[in-house]
Design a protein. Structure first.
Lengths: 382, 264
């Protein structure tokens, strides 16, 4: 047991209680829905960002009064939390930022705008085109203007460079949590990695969370040397890739670990997808450095999306993976279609077992998922 | 005193038990699962024991499989139906590389490598299309027994178009086809083709490698088997009793486990 884990386990509820006080003290908050949101600009504007991406089933039924049923559960959950007023973090946000990642999200943001102003960034989808970089840079500048206007402040170059340093430190700290499980056997469960990193999104203060993440990893490393492990040498080591997962939508991770596997790697945007991307705080043009970093996120909304295949290949090797599960939320076309390319990579290049699962946030298909996952574990263990 | 191992497959519609001794089938039973899957498992085992003239204590190791596998208190081990169908199919046809299993509420396709290990599989989603249940519902709409569908389809000059996406929609489609006066043989053929089409897309997903073995209750339906053979362009082998393949595989796994444990 890692003592430093406790702070993460309770972070969402604990910090929800601190929100009011923090706001009274003049603290400003910005709600974000995606890793494409350049947090550095928010920090440089003196505000704190947190992730509002919906990962629970509870508000979905309410969301369906407005949004179609046959839509990605993440979008429905995100909207539902906002519309039902059940997310204190949405309530406390002074500004909401969205991006045109996928069709579902961009149209949902139009509807959400009636609840609270949403600043939507136009995300280009070809990560390598020169025109994409130009557009994205201008979108970053447009966000900068908006933040300066909303928070009546000036985002100076010095503030931006300091924010870039801070964000780099947070990225490194999060990556260290994931990298614990490069060890064989794994040090901690995939559920614990998810809890630590997902809960970090509810931090009100980056310095505070970096400190907590570092304390956690330092303690875990000591305990690992003393024999702390999740599973043993024979535990199937599973890499989960695909759509974002948070607490409330972690059913597939749980089923893998309940069936004797260990989720050693999470290649999704709530996991490792962004954790190799850093910026140079001393770059001549810090805004361009930021633009390049965020355009490099290998999300399935990018086309082509070669970066994801490179990242997957590296992770399969670095985390000594025995099998890959590609998770798709219902109606997420980009991840669903890209699964074909991922399957080819995993089966042909790496000669590893591959399983794609398409599901939503409900528990209605747990039995059918369980059969597939249990059979997948049997396949790996022979 | 006999030395037996048992495999029990608790499916959505039927439960099967197979008793094995020295790698040979001693007896088996097949009965309806009903609403109490735990009792069905007990009853199936007792029936098989009765056929074998054996007592419960003769059973050295029991493996349960199927959707009710976790609810069998006397099972020593639970194994998924994917692994069990693979073992069971290889017992009868050792050169099997692709297995098509169509059961009551799901259908699956399993790919094996040269060594007989499972290397890939696909299962139908939260939906009864392409399953035994689909056939049952459609046969009822045509007012025939499921077993009579192939016979009815003989002589159809063409197959009526029947959707393969949803059982409920397909049923109302059948009703409207009847209303339009489409000959019943054409509808019957359409139903069989619909199941085959659905399953073939699953086969293509995992890749078709000969030879193909079919298991599950629907393998007894010659109409579906022939429709599949036509679409796949190759022969499909069906064991004498395709319904017990899962339970047989479970009993075989039980035997290996018991041998390993006792160094026999």
């Amino acid at each position: 047991m890692i003592k430093a884990f406790e702070v993460f386990d309770t972070m969402r509820t604990a910090n929800a209680g601190r929100l009011k006080e923090a706001r009274e003290q003049g603290k400003k908050f910005v709600g974000t829905y995606c890793t494409f949101c350049p947090e550095e600009l928010i920090i440089a504007a003196g505000a704190a960002p947190f992730g509002l991406c919906g990962t629970k089933e509870d508000p979905i039924a309410s969301a369906e009064q407005v949004l179609p049923r046959n839509l990605c559960p993440l979008i429905k959950s995100s909207y539902g939390f906002a519309a039902t007023g059940t997310c204190p973090y949405f309530q406390a946000s002074d500004l909401i930022i969205g991006e045109t990642t996928c069709d579902g999200k961009k149209k949902m943001f139009e509807v959400m705008n009636d609840l609270k102003p949403v600043h939507v960034m136009q995300l280009p989808h070809d990560p390598e085109a020169a025109a994409s970089l130009d557009l994205w840079k201008s979108e970053l500048n447009r966000l900068k203007d908006r933040l300066e206007e909303v928070f009546q402040t000036e985002i100076t170059e010095d503030k931006l460079r300091a924010a870039m340093r801070l964000k780099n430190r947070e990225t490194t700290a999060k990556r260290r949590v994931h990298d614990l499980n490069q060890r064989v056997p794994a040090v901690i469960s995939g559920i614990q990695v998810l809890t630590v990193t997902w809960m970090s999104g509810f931090a009100l203060n980056k310095e505070e969370i970096i400190e907590a993440l570092e304390a956690y990893v330092d303690e875990a490393l000591v305990k690992a040397d003393e024999g702390l492990a999740f599973g043993d040498q024979n535990t199937p080591r599973i890499l989960v890739t695909g759509v974002p997962v948070g607490l409330g939508s972690e059913k597939v991770l749980r089923l893998v670990e309940d069936n004797g596997g260990a989720v050693v790697g999470l290649e999704n945007c709530t996991g490792y997808k962004t954790l190799r991307l850093m910026t140079d705080p001393d770059a001549a043009d810090p805004m361009e450095a930021l633009a390049r970093k965020y355009l490099g996120i290998p999300c399935s909304c990018m086309s082509p999306n070669k970066g994801r295949m490179e990242l997957l290949s590296d992770m399969i090797t670095d985390f000594t993976v025995d099998g890959v599960i590609d998770l798709t939320w219902q109606a997420c076309h980009t991840y669903n279609i890209e699964s074909y390319t991922v399957a080819e990579l995993v089966k042909q290049k790496h000669n590893l077992p591959f399983l794609q699962l398409e599901t939503d946030y409900s528990q209605s298909d747990v039995q059918t998922l369980n059969v597939r996952i249990a059979a997948f574990m049997e396949m790996i263990q022979k | 005193m006999q030395m037996l191992t048992a495999g029990i497959d608790i499916g959505s519609l039927s439960t099967e038990a197979v008793l094995l001794s020295d790698h040979k089938i001693v007896s088996y039973s097949i009965l309806a699962t009903g609403a109490d899957s735990r009792r069905a498992a007990e009853k199936a085992l007792n029936e098989a024991l009765g056929f074998a003239g054996a007592a419960p204590e003769d059973v050295r190791f029991t493996v349960s499989t199927g959707y009710g596998r976790t609810n069998v208190p006397f099972a020593d081990l639970q194994v998924t139906e994917i692994t069990c169908h693979a073992r069971g199919a290889l017992y009868t046809f050792p050169d099997t590389r692709t297995i098509i299993d169509i059961g009551g509420q799901d259908s699956k396709v399993i790919r094996l490598d040269e060594a007989g290990s499972v290397i890939d599989f696909a299962m139908n989603d939260k939906c009864a299309a392409g399953t035994g249940r689909f056939l049952e519902v459609m046969a009822r709409a045509l007012e025939v027994d499921v077993d009579e569908l192939p016979e009815l389809a003989v002589g159809a000059s063409r197959a009526a178009a029947v959707s393969n996406v949803c059982t409920v929609f397909a049923e109302s489609e059948i009703v409207s086809l009847i209303g339009q006066g489409v000959p019943r043989p054409e509808i019957a053929l359409g139903i069989l083709e619909s199941v085959a089409e659905r399953v073939v897309s699953m086969v293509k997903r995992v890749g078709l490698v000969p030879k193909v073995t079919m298991s599950g209750g629907v393998a007894k339906n010659k109409g579906v088997v022939q429709a599949l053979e036509r679409r796949l362009g190759m022969e499909i082998r069906v064991p004498d009793e395709p319904q017990i393949v899962g339970a047989l595989g479970a009993a075989l796994i039980a035997e290996s486990r018991w041998r390993k444990a006792t160094y026999l």
